[in-house]
Design a protein around this ligand. Structure first.
Ligand code: FDA
Length: 303
């Protein structure tokens, strides 16, 4: 049953018609709990509040699978404005970018041109840029873009998904690269990805421990208290320095735990999406945790 529900919401997240319509609706279905407004000012106000609580942030300007060049160019310009704002307001914040927002589906060289302009601005302001990892059909291309820019722009990193069989091998080649480790949010074939929660969790823990003992910085991105507790013990037993890692969670999820971890002295970063293109992001969150459907019901029936 859980898999059927998951597949249903993942199916909705990929529905182009609904994604296009949702941009016109404004926030609906309780999405505002997980998306920090539609414009740069609304998201930076949230960043400031979290920074005041000792929490660092990463901003995601929502949007993906762009097929229109002018939209990709507008997205690039927005990202540059965000970088300027982060710099001007001295925010403790970096950005997370989906390469299909910058035109990866149009063609790779067009996406590279847009990405380069964003990376130039980020370099000027010394701001880290994370390439979010999308579904498996974009995996090789995302890695290729990362490899292409890595030498010139050391302040970039990407995401490794523990549901992929290849995750451990790929991490071998990324020992000097900042990585966000996640379980993986898309529906992938059995030929490339573990399907059971136990295997995905076991792999996540193994990969996280390996990274923590290595050299480069790792963002441990999960809301799973069992995994977080096991890794906290590992960090203490192995005297892993705070400069080597952070915990990351999504805005609106387990907010209390986010603050508790930060108060306990763990480096913590909240991933904050904003913008009008909220539908696919929100449907993936429902796929992960169908309990969030309660929010949808409240929104539909009580507002
Ligand atoms: P999971 O959903 O497996 O939950 C495990 C357990 O934790 C649950 O059974 C429950 O007990 C508890 N729990 C979880 N959420 C809870 C809640 N809200 N309240 C109470 N209990 C809760 N994916 C991807 O493919 N590419 C990417 O680039 C990213 N980026 C990214 C950034 C950040 C900061 C995060 C946190 C996640 C991503 N993801 C992602 C999504 C990721 O792959 C994954 O789908 C989700 O994080 C869900 O998996 P979890 O590890 O959070 O736990």
């Amino acid at each position: 049953m859980a898999n059927v529900t998951r597949d249903f919401f993942i199916g909705l997240s990929n529905n182009k018609f609904l994604n296009d319509q949702a941009k016109k609706w404004g926030f609906r279905l309780g999405a505002e709990k997980f998306v920090a407004g539609t414009n740069i000012d609304s998201v930076t106000n949230v960043v400031k509040e979290l920074n005041n609580c000792g929490i660092s942030c990463t901003i995601d300007n929502l949007g993906e699978y762009i097929s229109d060049k002018s939209e990709a160019i507008a997205a690039k310009q927005d990202l540059i404005k965000i970088l300027e704002k982060i710099h001007k307001e001295k925010l403790d914040c970096h950005i997370s970018v989906k390469l299909t927002l910058l035109g990866l589906d149009i063609n790779q060289s067009f996406c590279m041109e847009n990405t380069k302009e964003v990376l130039d601005a980020a370099k000027e302001y010394n701001i880290f840029v994370n390439f979010d990892m999308e579904d498996y059909s974009h995996y090789e291309q995302t890695m290729a873009v990362l490899r292409h820019f890595k030498e010139t722009y050391p302040q970039i990193g990407t995401v490794i998904q523990s549901y992929l069989y290849r995750a451990a091998d790929d991490l071998e080649g990324l020992q000097e690269t900042r990585i966000r480790l996640v379980k993986g949010a898309y529906k992938e074939a059995e030929s490339v990805a573990y399907q059971s929660k136990q295997e995905i969790n076991r792999n996540f823990i193994e990969l996280a421990k390996g990274r923590l003992l290595g050299e480069a910085f790792t963002s441990i991105a999960t809301h799973d208290h069992n995994i977080i507790n096991e890794l906290k013990t590992f960090i203490e037993e192995n005297k892993i320095d705070n400069s080597k890692f952070e915990f990351q969670m999504l805005y609106g999820f387990r907010t209390e735990m986010q603050h508790e971890l930060a108060k306990a002295g763990y480096p913590f970063c909240t991933y904050i999406p904003f913008g009008t293109d909220w539908f696919a992001y929100f449907m993936r969150r429902l796929a992960e945790r169908p309990q969030n459907i309660n929010l949808v019901m409240k929104d539909v029936f009580y507002t």
